[in-house]
Ligand binder design. Structure first.
Ligand code: DGL
Length: 270
């Protein structure tokens, strides 16, 4: 295996760029081959069967791009399709849920943890399952926040509308006395300021994107799969629709020079 091959990173759309950004920062030698399924977003309200179907198609596309590992940079797809892809795909696959759950289990002092995410992620209960594997006594409270994704995509990350919704969504968790909240959706790190403000200084926010990049680094190191150091990676970005909007959003999140080139290509699945 050529260790300079890219890491495949995929999401239902633009949200996974928060994970790509962490990978670029923690593993600067690695090349990213990103796929955002912008034609079929959102995944958060779709069935497990549908999300598995989409994830299989994207994994197959990424394997055609000769990736050496795959990161499912989408909480919903991680919750629904990680085990399937790990079973079926010939390269290592990691998701964002397990790293986020581990970090939450580590940081919570009072054993009361809130998880915010899409309907699908919350319904799957997977954060709770992983957290309780590590700390069986912990109580996990899930809260779906469906409006957070469009608010983040509209660039309203620090807007009063977002503040209002954050108050409404977080109230049940804060009433339960959680001391930790997992940002269990790829878009939520972008709303960190508002969520942190509403949750207050006594609540720790866990960002699975950061933890996932750490796990990826460990995985590549332990398997001797790290790219040569000192190289300048040429990241590639693919979307299934709306390349221009994707590029604009990516430019607002990623270091600009990463995506100034014409790297965005539209790939549509049959
Ligand atoms: N990327 C999705 C997630 O992290 C959020 C957007 C969607 O619903 O597809 O769950």
């Amino acid at each position: 295996m050529n260790s300079n091959l890219p890491i495949g990173v995929f999401d239902s759309g633009v949200g996974g760029l928060t994970v790509a950004k962490e990978i670029m920062s923690q593993l600067p030698d690695e090349t990213i081959c990103y796929f955002g399924d912008t034609a079929r977003v959102p995944y958060g309200n779709k069935s497990q069967e549908t999300v598995i179907k989409y994830s299989r198609q994207i994994a197959s596309f990424l394997l055609d791009q000769k990736v050496k590992a795959i990161v499912i940079a989408c909480n919903t797809a991680s919750a629904f399709a990680l085990e399937t892809l790990q079973r079926e795909v010939s390269v290592p696959v990691i998701g964002v849920v397990k790293p986020g759950a581990r970090s939450a289990a580590e940081v919570s002092k009072n054993g009361r943890i809130g998880v915010i995410g899409t309907e699908g992620t919350v319904r799957s209960g997977l954060y709770g399952t992983y957290i309780r594997e590590l700390r069986p006594e912990v109580q996990v409270f899930g809260q779906a926040c469906p409006l957070f994704v469009p608010l983040a995509e509209e660039g309203l990350c620090n807007d009063e509308v977002t503040m209002l919704m954050a108050r409404r969504y977080l109230a049940p968790l804060l009433e339960q006395g959680v001391d930790t909240i997992v940002l269990g959706c790829t878009h939520y790190p972008l709303l960190r300021g508002v969520v942190g403000h509403v949750a207050g200084p006594n609540v720790t926010l866990v960002n699975p994107a950061f933890e996932t990049a750490k796990d990826l680094k460990e995985l590549l190191t332990s398997r001797g799969m790290c790219a040569e150091s000192g190289r300048t990676p040429e990241h590639r970005f693919y979307v299934s629709d709306g390349a221009e909007q994707f590029r604009a959003f990516a430019n607002s999140i990623l270091p600009c020079e990463m995506i100034e080139t014409d790297a965005v290509t539209v790939k549509v699945f049959a």
